[in-house]
Design a protein around this ligand. Structure first.
Ligand code: 0X9
Ligand code: ZN
Length: 311
């Protein structure tokens, strides 16, 4: 065992506290939802931000499918805080009058807790597998083309880091996201990971581009615009590319939200750029600059999704 308080980063407990505080401080526009429970029975939280319940324009931001990717909790959390702090001025006010932003900063709390107390580099959830190994990769467990690859980046071997699970949506954390998306029908989904500084669009399961040219153009253009916006803040480069170019995976979040719902879907790999800069262990003094550079890109994603005709 090592760490204690995740210095500078949220823990499962402090995230819950802070989400409750945010919701209580902005009761007219924020509502905290328990969208499910983890394998170890921890609550899975999503904050709904918007003036009207049940609007038809909605966008979702997800974080921490992978336990060790701590920065992927902070960016969506800080986005929620920012939206609430600036909710009475434009452009946020307009978005929140017309639509909703849903933020679920920690999809995999069991894994996160384990990285804090036992093994900082744990990736998967904490499922006890039948062969005695532990963990399913939540970002291989979604139901679009699930299980169609059998490679080391998308594995059917339970002990592997990228274990896809025994069947699609076998994991409660992934079912919670599935059910949230099925209820809310988001017009766009952005899921944060780390690291490598990339803006990834579907497909992940095949090197073929998505068939619909308009969708492909839309997601490519979005990624390109976000790349420019990020670069404009601190000069940091986040490279746009098709997910499968990084490596092939079946059952990732963005393939499912795009493949099943046609929602423009991006995976954002946050700081740092490489293992030489710390890899998954990003120093806490990097949280603020990482958030600062991702802020205009996240706001652009919201504007793009909520600014389109309702679905
Ligand atoms: O492997 C993943 O799930 C993501 N990278 S990470 O280092 N955060 O684990 C990338 C998912 C994007 N999809 C594909 N590369 N196909
Ligand atoms: Zn990840």
């Amino acid at each position: 065992a090592f760490a204690t308080d995740a210095a500078g980063y949220h823990t499962v407990a402090t995230l819950e506290q802070d989400l409750r505080r945010l919701a209580e401080a902005h009761p007219e526009i924020a509502e905290l939802h328990e969208i499910g429970r983890s394998v170890e029975d921890r609550p899975l939280w999503a904050l709904r931000i918007g003036e009207r319940r049940g609007s038809t324009r909605k966008v979702a931001f997800l974080g921490c499918h992978h336990a060790r990717e701590w920065i992927s909790v902070e960016v969506p959390y800080l986005l929620a805080e920012h939206l609430l702090q600036t909710s009475s001025s434009e452009p946020v006010q307009g978005w929140l009058q017309q639509g909703e932003v849903w933020v679920a900063p920690m999809v995999n709390p069991d894994g996160h807790e384990y990285t804090r107390t036992e093994n900082r580099l744990w990736r998967k959830n904490r499922r006890r597998n039948r062969d005695g190994s532990v963990g399913v990769d939540p970002n291989r467990n979604y139901g679009y083309m699930w299980g169609t690859l059998d490679v080391n980046t998308s594995s059917h071997v339970p002990a592997d880091e990228t274990y896809v699970g025994p069947r699609a949506f076998s994991e409660p954390e992934v079912r919670a996201v599935r059910d949230l998306v099925a209820r809310q029908l988001f017009g766009g989904v952005l899921t944060y990971h780390s690291y490598s500084q990339l803006l990834l669009y579907p497909w992940g399961y095949t090197s073929e581009p998505v068939e619909d040219e308009a969708d492909l153009g839309e997601m490519r253009e979005l990624a390109e615009e976000m790349h420019q916006l990020i670069k404009g803040v601190h000069g940091t480069t986040y490279t746009p590319q098709q997910s499968s170019q990084l490596y092939p995976t079946a059952g990732d979040t963005a393939d499912w939200t795009y493949g099943e719902y046609d929602a423009p879907s991006l995976t954002v790999e946050l700081r740092p750029a490489s293992a030489l800069d710390g890899g998954f262990v990003l120093p806490p003094d990097q949280i603020q600059p990482c958030w600062e550079e991702n802020r205009p890109a996240a706001l652009h994603f919201i504007d793009h999704v909520l600014g389109r005709p309702a679905r």
